[in-house]
Write a protein that binds this ligand. Sequence first.
Ligand code: AMP
Length: 219
Amino acid sequence: MRLVFLGAPGAGKGTQAQRLAAQEQIPHVSTGEILRESVKRGTPLGLQAKGYMDAGKLVPDEVVIGLVREKLTSPECARGYILDGFPRTVAQAEALDRIFRETGSPGLDHVISFDVPQDEIVRRLSGRRSCSRCQTVYHIEHDPPKEEGVCDKCGGTLVQRADDKPETVLARLRVFDQQTRPLVEYYQKRGLLQRVDATGSIDQVYARLLALVHATRMA
Ligand code: AMP
């Protein structure tokens, strides 16, 4: 199964991707996660990306396309994958189509758009915390850890992402509207788009997602 998860920051696509990838035993490929990890380790990629990420801007297409190409052509992605946070621009979507042509891949099965109203997104992002060790994501109201500030899974410290601060959230939402939203039409035209109502609890959204994935599998 080769899927793209599309949606505004805070739409919950990362959380849903983590769960579905574990259930389907396919890799969850999050470009944001790969970039954050590179920043933490101080690699050349991380040094290049940090300034853009802290400002809530997109990292240049050629940088992200290179890392996705490497990932998707690796053996771990042979059985499928969930792409989360890529593509984010029409140029990236075109590059993805090119990667499929060059590698003889049958291409994407579905692009799933996670739809959430903007005021809900701002609330979600401001309460989001993630583990500095294992990256598990929590929400201080909707999905809190058992002990405040401590990861249930590994005991690591929970932190707020630098780009979840209110000023940066607004910049990221603007970027989404201008650069990523056009992808809804891009994939609709190609008959690949499916929409999921991403309001409600994590379990409710996951149930809708599974129903959709199963329905399209039976078709
Ligand atoms: P995310 O975790 O998907 O919200 O991504 C966090 C940040 O990483 C974004 O605000 C961008 O700065 C950068 N990023 C992640 N994916 C991409 C992408 N496909 N293209 C450009 N920048 C990206």
